[in-house]
Design a protein around this ligand. Structure first.
Ligand code: PEP
Ligand code: MN
Length: 308
């Protein structure tokens, strides 16, 4: 017989959406806003979000992978083919990079649009890329399946409001110093504009610890899964910043009940123009996928796959 705890845990990972109004009035957790009622709207229920061909937040686990930055046609295509063959179902890759130093590689910018569509067509993959400015919505519209709001922009309410006017899914990375409450309310900015297709991403936060780039806050993942209806994914790459430590954190994300992960990979990390130390080689990525699939199998969860 299923225990109460088992029933609760399975609800957090595999619930299909009930046919109920999404924002009915349940009691506010910390907000006075009656319309949005905080985030305890459907405790323990995830409403899946469709990203192109892929449903994120349903029973299947999703792996989004690709380079930190799109550097060239060859690098992007090789990475896309490699991660797809290993089981990734969505492709990531930065066009504009928000770097800490203005002297480091800022992304190819508009130059990348010369070949992005060719890579998507050749691999039949769909793109998740970061939007750094509301003026990019239009130029990105015909090649992205999901807009990514970066950690540094989680508090950019003008950007969130503009994305609320679109109907494309929005992936909101948690600010590296943001409370969980602020992260979920950032999602509400998008939803309030009428766009309910929001996915949350925990990508590590700043703590007193300096041994690794950031600290992966799995508490936030299980909390958000239990207290709001957005799918929640994990970015182990930016969380830890060290290639060799990423696969184990990715497995921990599966075990914690996340809806997916977003991971950086590069065919030759030593040549990467950004975040090389945390890029998995394609062989590392395949190895990690194999381990993830074994954890998923133990949890009776399938992996989202592209058919072709
Ligand atoms: C990224 O995904 O490439 C990125 C810059 O992430 P974050 O915004 O989490 O730092
Ligand atoms: Mn990166």
């Amino acid at each position: 017989m299923e225990s109460a705890l088992e029933a609760q845990i399975s609800k957090t990972t595999t619930v299909t959406p009930p046919n109920l109004p999404i924002y009915s009035a349940l009691q506010a957790k910390s907000s006075q806003d009656e319309t949005f009622a905080g985030y305890s709207l459907f405790p323990q229920m995830t409403i899946p979000v469709r990203v192109g061909k892929i449903l994120i937040g349903g029973p299947a686990f999703t792996v989004i992978a690709g380079p930190c930055a799109i550097e060239s046609h060859g690098q992007f295509l090789e990475t896309a083919k490699g991660v797809k063959a290993a089981g990734a179902s969505l492709l990531r890759g930065g066009v504009w990079k928000l770097r800490t130093s203005p002297s480091t590689f800022q992304g190819l910018g508009a130059e990348a649009f010369g070949f992005i569509k060719d890579v998507l067509a050749q691999t039949q993959m769909e793109l998740v890329t970061e939007i750094t400015d509301p003026r990019q919505i239009e130029i990105l519209d015909d090649c992205v399946a999901m807009y990514q709001v970066g950690s540094r922009n989680m508090h950019n309410y003008a950007l969130l409001k503009e994305l609320g006017q679109t109907r494309k899914p929005v992936l909101i990375k948690r600010g590296f110093s943001a409370f969980v409450d602020e992260w979920i309310k950032a999602a509400e900015y998008v939803v309030k504009g009428g766009n309910k297709n929001v996915i949350l991403c925990e990508r590590g936060i700043r703590t007193f610890e300096t041994a690794t780039r950031n600290t992966l806050d799995l508490n936030a993942v299980v909390f958000a899964k239990a207290n709001c209806s957005h799918p929640v994914i994990v970015d182990p790459s930016h969380a830890v910043g060290v290639r060799t430590l990423i696969p184990n954190l990715a497995m921990a994300a599966v075990a914690a009940g996340a809806d997916g992960i977003i991971v950086e990979s590069h065919p030759r990390p030593e040549e990467a123009l950004s975040d090389g130390p945390q890029a998995l080689t394609l062989a590392d990525f395949r190895w990690m996928m194999n381990r993830i699939e074994r954890i998923l199998a133990a949890m009776d969860r399938p992996l989202n796959r592209l058919d072709n």
